[in-house]
Design a protein around this ligand. Structure first.
Ligand SMILES: Cc1cc2nc3c(=O)[nH]c(=O)nc-3n(C[C@H](O)[C@H](O)[C@H](O)COP(=O)(O)OP(=O)(O)OC[C@H]3O[C@@H](n4cnc5c(N)ncnc54)[C@H](O)[C@@H]3O)c2cc1C
Length: 81
């Protein structure tokens, strides 16, 4: 699948929704999953955002996963047969 096409499509669909706000140039520095607090670096300054739900899609070096691993010692998963 062409990644540019997919990115464009997702952004176009998100843009159509009035309750969706897309922010660029925000680097996630820290994710406190217990408090629902996200710390971003934006235009050289730290910015905190409070969230009810956090969906991590920040790739292989995920800060969300790092935050999650600090909070939970054991993540149950399905056994693969
Ligand atoms: C060289 C290479 C070739 C590949 N080829 C294929 C292939 O042919 N087919 C295939 O199926 N898979 C391929 N893969 C694997 C595929 O790229 C990954 O499995 C897939 O991109 C993972 O998707 P993701 O959404 O989890 O993360 P990503 O696609 O990595 O997206 C993560 C996003 O989060 C952003 N991000 C990261 N850290 C932060 C942060 N701290 N704050 C804010 N944003 C952040 C990144 O900028 C990025 O936009 C390849 C990978 C590599 C490295």
């Amino acid at each position: 699948m062409d990644r540019n096409w997919l990115n464009e499509r997702l952004l176009t669909e998100a843009d159509r929704l009035q309750n969706v706000k897309v922010e660029f140039e925000h680097k996630l520095l820290k994710c406190d999953v217990q408090k629902g607090l996200l710390t971003f670096l934006h235009e050289g300054k730290e910015k905190e955002v409070k969230a009810d739900i956090i969906v991590g899609a920040d790739g292989v070096y995920s800060q969300v996963r790092t935050g999650l691993m600090r909070a939970v010692k054991y993540v149950p998963c399905l056994k693969h047969r």
